[in-house]
Write a protein that binds this ligand. Structure first.
Ligand code: TYD
Length: 134
């Protein structure tokens, strides 16, 4: 599958004792997982993100609750509502993202292709656009 942003469906082992979903780096995702981080205790009026990455690829999940991801590849804007812990949003490198509309108690988990590196961030939208359109 191509595209800089797309939904990834993970397997679900449905069970009356509780559902189970799993993810294997390099198998269900197009990269090996180098880092996992999660957002929690998020105020409902919070806005997060507001950056892009030079090299990082990520897959974002709502493990609990829901939130909106606003996506901009420099040419096209789109938005996704994440609310199913089985469905992740794959975001390639060079994509601007913003997150808002968090439900009460939402938990956002992110699987990332690299360890944290501040030098990989574009935090300025205009300089992101300049590089994205180059
Ligand atoms: P940031 O990526 O800006 O968060 P968000 O996109 O969710 O709004 O990161 C917020 C702060 O946390 C920033 O100071 C960097 C730090 N941070 C780490 O130290 N390690 C990490 O893996 C991440 C994602 C952030």
């Amino acid at each position: 599958p191509k595209g800089s942003v797309r939904m990834i469906d993970l397997p679900q082992v449905h069970d009356p004792r509780g559902d189970l979903t799993f993810v294997e780096g390099g198998n269900h995702l197009p990269f090996d997982i180098a880092r996992v981080y999660y957002l929690y205790n998020v105020p409902v009026d919070s806005e997060r993100g507001g950056h892009a990455h030079r090299d990082l690829e990520q897959v974002v999940f709502a493990l609990s609750g829901s939130f909106r991801m606003k996506i901009d590849d420099g040419n096209t804007k789109s938005e996704y509502w994440l609310r199913d812990p089985r469905k992740g949003l794959y975001i390639s490198r060079m994509v601007w993202r913003e997150m808002d509309a968090f439900s009460q108690g939402a938990v956002c988990m992110v699987l990332a292709s690299h360890r944290y590196d501040e030098a990989d961030y574009f935090r300025d939208y205009e300089s992101f656009l300049t590089h994205a359109r180059a």
